[in-house]
Design a protein around this ligand. Structure first.
Ligand code: N01
Length: 549
């Protein structure tokens, strides 16, 4: 911390009759916001309130209820670790939890820690203005009310702003259409219907087999073929439950000290230093076991293109073996990016789905979508009659939800203008000239490259400790030194460029999926454990790179 003169000793409880005042305002009631409220209110004894536009807690899981929606991290470590009691009392039923089970878990957390009394649902934060004379944020909501707080914490989520592509004619479509990230709460019945799904990312790959089971016909509109590894989901048996409980300490430790927040051992061999037979066997074993662990088969799969080629080729061969029609198989084989340079999906019977009589695949890179008509989707080649269109077209990731709020820092500058060329911040957690604003899982932090609860707990606890230290030192304001932020942006780019991640040119990691969004590699690829240690060391060294007063 470089200290400016005149540390404030003011009483922060500014009393204006029509502005409720808190120590902290938290935006978002998902994994991040719930835990942040618990840390500030119950551990630091501060006053805090959470706003969320949703009708219940749950964050991304409140919105993503599409058919097949389940987590790609294993249930028993896609959850909080901060409370042993919570961990001991909750039992997950499946290896990969379905969306409703995760909602039940988060609802249980909200009840168990009595969080709901400080959560305002159905409330959208519209603006947040930093007022320099008091070093506080003035926050306005869609109800026309204003609130004031010393600290503003964005817990808005990284994949929460649905991206519906601007395809001509959608307004004329006479059927039903849905975006997976904004799925209705009532059941959607596909039986007897012709359904089209646009998008073959993790979401489309989860949804297609489930929709195909019900629909009269499913047409998958694929722009970029994708790699996917079988999830091998299964119910957790009582033996599994016992193993989890017996090994929880080790599982949590491994997750926290890993690169991606997953409790895997990454094989420390290079894919290039073993025999072809040994490599083939390892990939076969990983394929049989299933899940994101496939990525941990060799240490250099994401660093060395030749090493990656071996894994990419293995999956391509699997696709050719599974999909019976060779023309369809070849369309499904990804050729333009290395395996895992985009977030790797895992699936249940995705490629097998294309062997069904009622499923067809349209390559919309070869024959692009021209428009949506009253009755279906028209490509340069043909028109496909549809009753339902599902957009599995992803998100304005990492910055979308935050930039929808009119956030103004010192001198009235907006966050939108400040990030016009891409996100610029320090450690992904604070932005120069936006004092006392913290961004949980912000761009520039490991966030989406991790098993999220690990990254969330690390950020939430860092923010709690920072606020505690500020209170102990009677400081009123913290923000990054602009030079520290510049260096951090360079470090984010340096870390990305040591990997193959930037090779996927259409990836949402780069903002490339949203027209007009600046191209900048957003998550920090230097590794979760390294990042957590660095963040701790910076805090211990008097918040090096931050300016306080
Ligand atoms: O979104 P995506 P997603 N015309 O952006 C295509 C997480 N997640 O919702 O690749 C035609 O990955 C687009 O094509 P292209 C996970 O982190 C987690 O699937 O841009 N197609 C792509 O195929 C994941 O990575 C879980 O050429 C268009 C697809 O739509 C992230 O969410 C489950 C198009 C979008 O893929 C996002 O995944 C699901 C257009 N105009 C997701 N616009 C769990 O762990 C876009 N596309 C539970």
């Amino acid at each position: 911390m470089s200290h400016e003169a005149n540390a404030l000793t003011t009483d922060y409880t500014l009393n204006s009759n029509d502005v409720a005042t808190f120590d902290a305002i938290i935006i978002g009631a998902g994994f991040s916001g719930l835990y942040q409220l618990h840390t500030l209110r119950d551990q630091l004894n501060l006053s805090a309130v959470v706003f969320d536009v949703a009708g219940d807690v749950g964050g991304t899981w409140y919105w993503n209820r599409y058919p097949g929606a389940r987590c790609d991290s294993e249930s028993y470590y896609y959850c909080y670790s901060f409370s042993k009691e919570l961990q001991d009392e909750w039992r997950w039923t499946e290896l990969y939890p379905q969306h409703d089970e995760i909602r039940r878990y988060l609802s249980h957390v909200a009840d168990r820690f009595d969080l709901r009394r400080d959560i305002r649902l159905n409330t959208r934060v519209e603006s947040a203005i930093f007022e320099e004379d008091t070093d506080t944020w003035l926050v306005s909501t869609n109800e026309g009310k204003s609130y004031r707080a010393r600290f503003l914490i964005s817990a808005v989520g990284v994949l929460s702003s649905a991206n519906v592509p601007n395809i001509a004619g959608l307004d004329k479509f006479a059927g039903e259409w849905y975006h997976t990230g904004n799925w209705p709460h009532h059941p959607v019945d596909f039986s007897g219907k012709s359904v089209g799904i646009i998008g073959t990312g993790s979401t489309g790959i989860q949804a297609a087999p489930v929709v195909a089971d019900q629909a009269k016909h499913l047409t998958v509109f694929q722009r970029t073929a994708n790699y996917s590894v079988p999830a091998r989901n299964r119910p957790l048996s009582s033996d599994d439950q016992q193993w989890i409980q017996d090994n929880y300490d080790e599982i949590r430790l491994k997750a926290r000290t890993s690169t991606n927040g997953h409790p895997f051992d990454v094989n420390q061999e290079s894919a290039l230093e073993v025999s072809d037979e040994a490599r083939q066997q390892r990939y076969e074993d990983a394929w049989t076991k299933g899940g994101l662990r496939f990525r941990a088969s060799y240490r250099d799969l994401l660093q060395d293109k030749s090493a990656n080629d071996t894994a990419s080729e293995f999956i391509r061969e699997k696709i050719r073996q599974v999909v019976k029609d060779p023309v369809t198989a070849e369309k499904l084989v990804p050729k333009d990016h290395p395996f895992a340079s985009k977030r790797p999906p895992i699936d249940t019977n995705y490629f097998e789905t294309f062997n069904r009589e009622n499923v067809s695949l349209i390559d919309v890179k070869a024959t692009p979508i021209v428009e949506i008509t009253e009755t279906g989707i028209k490509t340069t080649d043909a028109e496909y009659p549809l009753d339902v269109i599902i957009f599995a077209t992803g998100f304005d990731a990492m910055t979308g939800s935050l930039l929808k709020i009119d956030i103004r820092g010192v001198g009235g500058r907006t966050l939108k203008e400040t990030w016009a060329q891409g996100p610029r911040n320090y450690l992904g957690i604070q932005v120069p000239h936006f004092p006392n604003l913290f961004t949980v899982m912000g761009p520039g932090s490991p966030s989406v490259l991790t098993n999220n609860p690990v990254a969330i707990e690390q950020h939430v606890e860092w923010i709690r400790n920072c606020i505690r230290d500020m209170n102990d030192r009677r400081l009123s304001r913290i923000e990054p030194d602009p030079a520290a932020a510049d260096e951090w942006v360079e470090e984010v780019n340096r870390a990305a460029n040591k990997t193959l991640l930037p090779m996927a040119s259409s990836s949402w990691y780069l903002g490339a999926n949203v027209p007009g969004k600046p191209r900048a590699f957003m998550p920090y690829a230097g590794g979760m454990a390294y990042y957590a240690n660095l963040s701790r060391e910076i805090a211990e060294n008097d918040y090096r790179g931050f300016v306080t007063r």
